[in-house]
Design a protein around this ligand. Structure first.
Ligand code: ADP
Ligand code: MG
Length: 203
């Protein structure tokens, strides 16, 4: 089973993924964790380019760099892990590309889904958690210096938030989780939704 976490930066993805992985491991599973972009030699190199500030990137080039990183990630890590029967937990995936470069950036959303399909050869998460939080609160939670996406300002982040909500309303596999609560309360919802989805998939 393939599970991804998404949402604006500072929403709590890393926090929730850590708790989720710990719970999976405690229940005797051996999950494979990754981040998109990243988690392969190519993906980590491209992550540095696309999230760093040193290399000028046209929006379309930026979109394709994310896609290239994800193509490598699915081929090198996610597909083999799924084939080995593992639960794969990814910090972001194609949905983020659709939302940041499409809904918020202005590229055609349907085109992004199409390019994503080619890049991943059609591999999409069985379940995606979108951690939803007012963008001002998310910005307050962030402590690291802003990366390329984060430095685009609150108006951009608001379009990102709305993009996630629009896609979640359309896609059955994407669940919105209210992230303006304690980490434990959020995690409880994630675990029960995961358990329900796992039961459905193995039925
Ligand atoms: P993301 O990976 O989505 O950018 P993080 O998990 O790194 O988000 O969380 C961003 C910051 O907010 C961290 O300092 C983290 O400790 C804090 N944080 C995470 N979840 C919560 C929560 N539910 N309530 C308050 N602060 C949180
Ligand atoms: Mg994070």
């Amino acid at each position: 089973m393939f599970v991804s976490f998404d949402g604006v930066d500072g929403a709590g993805k890393s926090t929730q993924i850590e708790l989720f992985l710990a719970w999976l491991r405690a229940s005797g599973r051996d999950p494979a964790a990754c981040r998109d972009p990243g988690s392969t030699p190519l993906g980590e190199a491209l992550r540095g380019i696309v999230l760093g500030h040193a290399t000028p990137l046209d929006l379309r080039a930026e979109m394709l760099v994310y896609m290239a990183a994800r193509a490598q990630l699915t081929a090198e890590l996610i597909r083999p892990a799924l084939a080995a029967g593992k639960i794969v937990v990814s910090d972001r995936y194609l949905l983020a590309n659709v939302v940041y470069q499409g809904h918020a950036g202005g590229l055609d959303v349907q085109d992004l889904w199409e390019v994503g399909k080619i890049a991943t050869s059609g591999l999409s998460p069985d379940l995606t958690f979108v951690l939803d939080l007012p963008v001002e609160l998310a910005a307050k939670r962030r402590t690291d210096p802003p990366d390329r996406m984060e430095s685009r300002g609150l108006e951009f982040q608001e379009r990102v938030r709305q993009g996630f909500l629009t896609e979640a309303a359309r896609l059955e596999s994407v669940l919105v989780v209210d992230a303006n609560r304690t980490a434990d309360a959020i995690q409880e919802d994630i675990r029960s939704a995961f358990t329900a989805a796992l039961k459905m998939l193995s039925a």
